[in-house]
Each structure stands twice: as structure tokens, then as C-alpha cells.
Design a binder for this molecule. Structure first.
Ligand code: G3H
Length: 251
């Protein structure tokens, strides 16, 4: 059966020292506790190696928030999937709406990133989601299906089965305006149906689909109770243990 997952995405927050301290605090808080989901923290590149060395990475796995769409070479400032993997990180967030919007990452670029992540044994957490205008125009299902199809449907079945997906309606990210659990459930079910049509029911049923967008201690339980919502990708509320831990414990 598919995994329940709570993943943090720190975005561009925390100095190295603050990040290591937060990861250690979370690790200590989880130690000895019964946790019913996998826990992942997505951190800036420069934190990855230090955090992976400072915590028990069997208890909290570490994710990069991005990786390059090129294997290696003269790409000043870029960080490759192989470099990410060499830090001890096991996951990489790919296709976050902030990367799509501010850094112009297209489906073609995202496809390269996914392939390189998989080649380097990293599990992509692939993000999709519509902007408000698309939802208001009733195009949200179409937009999300297209994002998945364009970037992922060239993968073979075995590779697709390794992915984690995250549905993050852009209008809900950092706005305090969470999707209702009905809105999340219907989109997650729609995503699963499109995966089933392409790769079959077994792959679709095995794929963890996380919800992201103003998910917090107050709404996590309701969201995670829905049959196709397999956890959360948490931004703001992952930046302190007192806010993140109750979300983990919502499972
Ligand atoms: O990756 C995380 C999402 O962008 C959600 O961010 O929880 O701050 O709304 P948020």
C-alpha cells in the first residue's frame, strides 16, 4: 500500500546554523514517538550535508528543493542531482510553482530534472497545481493533468512508480487560504485516475499524492483523512517544531 508522508519545504529560510538546530530539534522530538508516516525535510542545498550528518536520516529523510537539469559541467551556480545524492539526501522537490513562476521552469526542463534525479537514486517529489485564474475558469483539472502528462508521461512504468506527487494549488500557497478537503480530494482522485489511465491501477494506487498549500496543525487531520490525500508538503508550518510536529501527528 502507498506511504503516508509529511514533507517540509523550508524554501529560502534558515541560515545553516538555524537549519541544523531545527533539524536536530525535530529529530529529538520524534525520537521514541510513534509516527504513522514518513517524515522528510526539504532544505536549501547548503544545509543538506550538515543536516544529514547531524540527524538520524532513517527517522527524518532529507530532500533538496531543486536540482539542475544538466548532469555536470560548466553551469555556474547549479547543483546536480549527483551532488544532492552525495550529501545523504534521498529526495528532491521538482516543479514547485515558485520554480515554475520565478525561474521559468518548463515541463521540458522538469522532465530532465526528474530523469536525472531518478538516475541518481533520488526520489522526486513532483509538484503540480493551478493558479487562481485557472481554477476560476474551471480549467484546474485540465491544467494539472497537462503538467503531469508533459513532464512525466515519457517515463516508463517502473520509473513513474518511484515518484511522489504533490498537488499544490498556487492560490493556497503561503496565503492562509487552504483548499477544502473536498477540493483536495477531488483533485487527488483526478490525478490518480489519470495515472491509472496511463500506467494502470496498481501504479496509481501505489503513488503517494501529497497536498500542499497553507496546510497546518488545524487542518491537517481533516485533509489527511481523505482517501486520496496521502500527506502534505508543508511550507511555513515546517519552520518550527511546534507547528510541524502536530501535522506529522495528524496521521
Ligand atoms: O511546498 C510547500 C508549499 O509551497 C506550501 O507552502 O505551507 O507555506 O502554504 P505553505
Amino acid at each position: 500500500m502507498r506511504k503516508n508522508i509529511v514533507a517540509g519545504n523550508w524554501k529560502m529560510n534558515k541560515t545553516l546554523q538555524e537549519g541544523v538546530a531545527l533539524a536536530k530539534e525535530l529529530d529529538a522530538a520524534l525520537k521514541g514517538r510513534t509516527i504513522n508516516c514518513d517524515v522528510i525535510i526539504g532544505t536549501p542545498f547548503i544545509h543538506l550535508a550538515s543536516i544529514a550528518a547531524a540527524i538520524d536520516i532513517t527517522r527524518i529523510a532529507v530532500a533538496a528543493e531543486n536540482c539542475a537539469d544538466k548532469e555536470s559541467g560548466a553551469y555556474t551556480g547549479e547543483v546536480s542531482a549527483a551532488m544532492v545524492a552525495s550529501t545523504g539526501a534521498r529526495y528532491v522537490i521538482i516543479g514547485h510553482s515558485e520554480r515554475r513562476a520565478y525561474y521559468h521552469e518548463t515541463s521540458a526542463i522538469l522532465m530532465e530534472k526528474v530523469k536525472l534525479a531518478l538516475t541518481n537514486d533520488l526520489t522526486p517529489i513532483f509538484c503540480v497545481g493551478e493558479v487562481l485564474e485557472e481554477r476560476e475558469a474551471g480549467k484546474h483539472f485540465e491544467v494539472v493533468a497537462r503538467q503531469i502528462e508533459e513532464a512525466l508521461f515519457a517515463l516508463d512504468q517502473a520509473d513513474f512508480a518511484k515518484l511522489i506527487l504533490a498537488y499544490e494549488p498556487v492560490w493556497a500557497i503561503g496565503t492562509g487560504k487552504t483548499a477544502t478537503s473536498d477540493q483536495a480530494q477531488e483533485m487527488h482522485a483526478h490525478i490518480r485516475k489519470s495515472i491509472a489511465a496511463k500506467y494502470g491501477k496498481e501504479v496509481a494506487d501505489g503513488c503517494s499524492i501529497l497536498y500542499g498549500g497553507s496546510c497546518n496543525a488545524a487542518n491537517a487531520k481533516e485533509l489527511f483523512s481523505r482517501p486520496d490525500v496521502d500527506g502534505g508538503l508543508i511550507g511555513g508550518a515546517s519552520l518550527s517544531v511546534d507547528k510541524f510536529l502536530p501535522i506529522i501527528e495528524a496521521f
